[in-house]
Design a protein around this ligand. Structure first.
Ligand code: AMP
Length: 397
């Protein structure tokens, strides 16, 4: 069974075609600058040369058309006909409270997704556009929606409710939803597989540390708390997002600097985080380099980032009454030896002990804790596309 996984952003579209018989990626690629001058599709099929198609693409439908043509291209393609695509799995950012798991897409599902647009105005519309475009181009192929928020729907009320007037939750759906759910679910399942444990017996803290970053507390295989909230702005310090701050800072800035809501939002989403503190970059590699050159603000940015991740690990261990496994994933979590070391430093009192030789690893599944560490610490590269494809296979078969 071949499954096409689609992840539509506002001007981009990532895709993978996965053969689910042995979970092999047959082809993958990225359509960029959709609707902007200079649009192109970068495509690569297994064992074939890379292809770059530079063509104007005014819509996601045109981009998907080029992707489909590339997939069946005689020289660069991975399949000989579109009939070899058995199902399509779509990443959808916000499923609100309507979706606690992945679903086969029909008209009602699309309508329900549209109702969640207010909660994710930047993300859900392109996701829906991608679904509608696929429906037009491949009307007979079943499609599944996999939501970033779904995994966290298992959070107990006390974890997701905000201490605001309860009516605001009822009227506007203001509550914690959490994101990166597909990634937290993938790495928590994978770690249980690697430790040969029943996930139901494990208390896991998963740290998805990329440009966007979040931590989740997973008990019994279910998310019981996570650091992102109503939107992906809450929680950890991120590349450009501020994470947790005193909410009164918003009105303070509006008063003192005569800023509009849009301007404050722009600061909190695009100009804060490690970029804001360091003034160097949102990319952790650049900041690590600047620290080596003696840049004090870059050091402060990293120190703040590590400190906040450490505090979340401590609080989630408290929330679950202990922790058995910690997982690091995503760009920084998978690749930065120093970040993992600094975050775990000082957590020995919780039974967390990193082995510096084992921690000298990047981008592959690895145990990085000492043999006698009470808490096992892992690096596990995330694979959201595979998780989406697995859900899709499960639902359409
Ligand atoms: P992601 O959003 O998961 O793609 O992660 C992107 C982030 O991971 C960027 O901030 C990168 O700087 C960071 N990253 C990727 N590779 C490395 C590395 N080798 N060392 C440090 N940070 C890295």
């Amino acid at each position: 069974m071949n499954i096409l996984v689609i992840n539509c952003g506002s001007s981009s579209l990532k895709y993978q075609l996965i053969d689910m018989n042995d979970e092999i990626v047959l082809a993958k690629g990225l359509a960029e600058r959709i609707g902007i001058e200079g649009s192109r599709v970068k495509h690569e099929a297994k064992g074939k040369d890379k292809l770059v198609v530079e063509e104007p693409m005014t819509s996601h439908k045109e981009a998907i058309n080029i992707v489909l043509k590339s997939l069946v291209d005689k020289t660069y393609g991975a399949i000989s006909s579109l009939e070899e695509i058995d199902a399509i799995g779509h990443r959808v950012v916000h499923g609100g409270e309507k979706f606690a798991s992945s679903v086969v897409i029909d008209k009602d599902v699309i309508d329900a997704m549209k109702e969640c647009i207010d909660l994710a105005p930047l993300h859900n519309p392109p996701n829906i556009i991608g679904i509608e475009a696929c429906k037009e181009l491949l009307p007979d192929v079943p499609m599944v929606a996999v939501f970033d928020t779904a995994f966290h729907q298992s959070m107990p009320e006390k974890a997701y409710i905000y201490p605001l007037p309860y009516e605001l939750y009822k009227e506007l759906g203001i509550r914690r939803y959490g994101f990166h759910g597909t990634s937290h679910r993938y790495v928590s399942q994978k770690v249980a597989e690697l430790t040969n444990d029943d996930i139901k017996n494990l208390k896991i803290i998963t740290c998805h540390l990329g440009n966007g970053a979040s931590v989740a507390a997973i008990e019994n295989g279910k998310s019981v708390d996570t650091s992102m909230g109503l939107t992906p702005l809450e929680g950890l310090v991120m590349g450009t997002r501020c994470g947790d701050i005193d909410p009164a800072i918003v009105s303070f800035l509006m008063n003192k600097k005569k800023m509009s809501i849009a301007e404050v939002n722009n600061i909190m989403n695009k100009k804060s985080g490690v970029l804001g503190i360091s003034g160097v970059s949102s990319d952790f590699r650049d900041i690590e380099e600047a620290v080596k050159d003696g840049d004090c603000r870059a050091k402060l940015a990293l120190d703040k980032f590590y400190y906040v991740v450490k505090k979340y690990i401590g609080s989630y261990a408290a929330a679950m009454g202990g922790v058995d496994v910690i997982v690091f994933t995503a760009g920084l979590g998978e690749n930065s030896i120093s970040a993992r070391e600094e975050i775990c430093k000082g957590l020995e009192f919780l039974g967390i002990e990193i082995d510096s030789d084992k921690n000298n690893t990047r981008g592959k599944d690895a145990v990085i804790s000492k043999d006698n560490s009470k808490v096992k610490v892992f690096v596990i590269p995330t694979n959201e596309e595979l998780m989406i494809a697995r859900d899709t296979k499960e639902l359409v078969k």
